[in-house]
Design a binder for this molecule. Sequence first.
Ligand code: COA
Length: 160
Amino acid sequence: MTVQKLSINYKTLEEFKQFREYGLQELSMLEDLQANIIENDSESPFYGIYYGEKLVARMSLYRKDKRFDQYFEPKQDYVELWKLEVIQKYQNKGFGRELVEFAKSFGLPIKTNPRVKSDAFWTKMGFTPVHYNMERDLGENPLVWYPEGVSAQSTEELEA
Ligand code: COA
């Protein structure tokens, strides 16, 4: 199993249609490609795993700058992980874990905002819910992963 960075091209975008969470992000990538705003094979924020010829799992990673960090102590760059999804037929075979471990390998803290149904999976992956802060987390239920030496940022400042 190897995790690959996915490039934006018609083949990748066609493969994305197999995933349930196919939405604005993918459509805008397709439009950018069609309008020649981006080149074929431009880098995307997506990483995936192929099983044979088939893309069976994917996620999107985005590095956030320290200046915007409201979650971790000490304040630092962190990774936002979203759109983790394994095609149904391929679930429970370790693909999800492989992608999460890849995301952890950068050694940066990770924040994700999963769909409720997958909470048990995230707990298994060592993620914990944040102490909810209304202003910061409005509408989200973030889960985070702390590398060694990193802890939760105090939200008292925000609450004050
Ligand atoms: N609830 C509880 N545990 C789960 C789980 C779930 N929904 N999905 C996976 N796990 C556990 C596995 O049993 C495994 O545990 P183990 O190491 O003790 O054997 C561990 O998490 C890693 O599993 P893995 O095989 O890597 O999971 P996956 O490849 O299926 O990826 C998801 C996990 C959630 C990303 C994937 O199943 C998915 O995309 N699901 C989409 C829809 C969804 O959220 N479904 C939830 C049930 S409706």
